[in-house]
Design a binder for this molecule. Sequence first.
Ligand code: ATP
Length: 511
Amino acid sequence: MADDQFKNVISHAKEYGFIFQSSEIYDGLSAIYDYGQNGALLKNNIKAYWWGAMVQMHENIVGIDSAIFMHPTTWKASGHVDAFNDPLIDNKDSKKRYRADVLIEDHVEKIRQKIEKEVGKAAKRFGDSFERAQFESTNPRVVGYHEKIRAIMDRFVKSMEAEDLADVKQLIEDEQIKCPVSGSMNWTDVRQFNLMFGTQMGSVAEGASTLYLRPETAQGIFLNYLNVQKTGRMKIPFGIAQIGKAFRNEIVARQFIFRMREFEQMEMQFFVRPGTEMEWYETWKQKRLAWHKSLGIDASNYRFHDHEKLAHYANAAADIEFKFPFGFKELEGIHSRTDFDLKQHEEFSSKKLQYFDPELGENYVPYVVETSIGLDRMFLAILSNSLQTEQLEDGSTRTVMNIPAFLAPYKVAVLPLLKKDGLPEKAREVMNTLKFDHMVKYDEKDAIGKRYRRQDAAGTPLCVTIDHQTLEDNTLTVRYRDTMEQIRIPMTELSALVAQKVSLSAQFSKL
Ligand code: ATP
């Protein structure tokens, strides 16, 4: 069922011009995708909402746009050359490659599901008097499951930290984790694999140097932190935001735009006084969750997942997970990165990256709390959540994408009822009044019902129909995508109605 739903999302995304496989005529390029005519619009609208919520809504956050290529020492200092690795394992029977950590996490997730099952059964049995926390801490079976999860994760974290990859393999074997494709446990050894793409700058004769395509946008912010602080006269706490491409040579890239080798991140680094970082970490966790919830997607689709194994730079980290068609997975990360990055860049560049705090009268290297969200994952979250097949009263079905109106690619479709009698000319007139402010689509082909369905499936929140009465009294019909309700209004009221329905500023005021 979930599989079917996901397949449906992928084929719908193609059919309606949201996402195409890159280089399709050459049979595609693995885990690289292109955004089509509707996809590019939706993506730009998501960016605008994030950028507005961060930069426009916070006077102490500014935005930059740094280059993809950076001095190669950047990646030595940041730890990416030595430590941006994933543990890789192959199944010898299916020849499929996996991330060892993902195999283990999926295994743990199955145990978690067993807990949920027990909790569900007990909740039914006990009714109103059911107390989850008490049940989980006393029911022997559930206590056993929790202990098992803890033991697995502790051992995994310990062996990763000690770089004991043999023990990671042993753990997979001890837990009898099987290849989901072959069903066998015929595993290779676990190896580390660096995820950065390298390339050359300059001709070989001149002595070319190896550069990396950035695997995260954050380092462009760290390297510019002092430039921005000084020229923007920023006072701590302050943030720097950025949207841009990142590249990772992912080992396993099978889930459409969830895991791509070229993708886009929307990151914000918030620079704070040392010792206050945990407060800011909690604040940003809540603020980011509120941003997600403001989209009107049901709250049960989100959950926090606190990291057990922290990256080399972090002292606290959590993911906001979203319920994708293939289960709860990371959508955004909130990380307390300490002063690790700035200190490393100080050391490798021999330049001071300190801040003079006028209130304390002292210099320090700020601590950093970052929020990092994948734009493409956000796109997938919206697309998969909004695609619905509805049963209508007359027994028929309709496909509708109830994308939040302010994010929808096109806001209005203008439709002349017939392709004659001056209706197309009138419709163009209406379109011309709206197009300065909104993306408007004109469509005169096929019966009106079919055109409505086409717009429903593309996520257009409003259709405006021009008929013979429009020519007589300048009224027109507005049809709402979500309710299919139709109202007749004077043409003079249309602009205000559309503006109110798709307003980004109204959305900001909800944050
Ligand atoms: P994962 O555990 O899924 O590999 P990560 O923890 O490595 O992700 P981060 O380094 O925290 O991810 O990156 C921040 C965000 O960038 C992620 O929350 C995700 O939304 C996005 N992201 C990371 N890798 C990819 C990718 N390969 N394709 C698309 N988005 C990605």
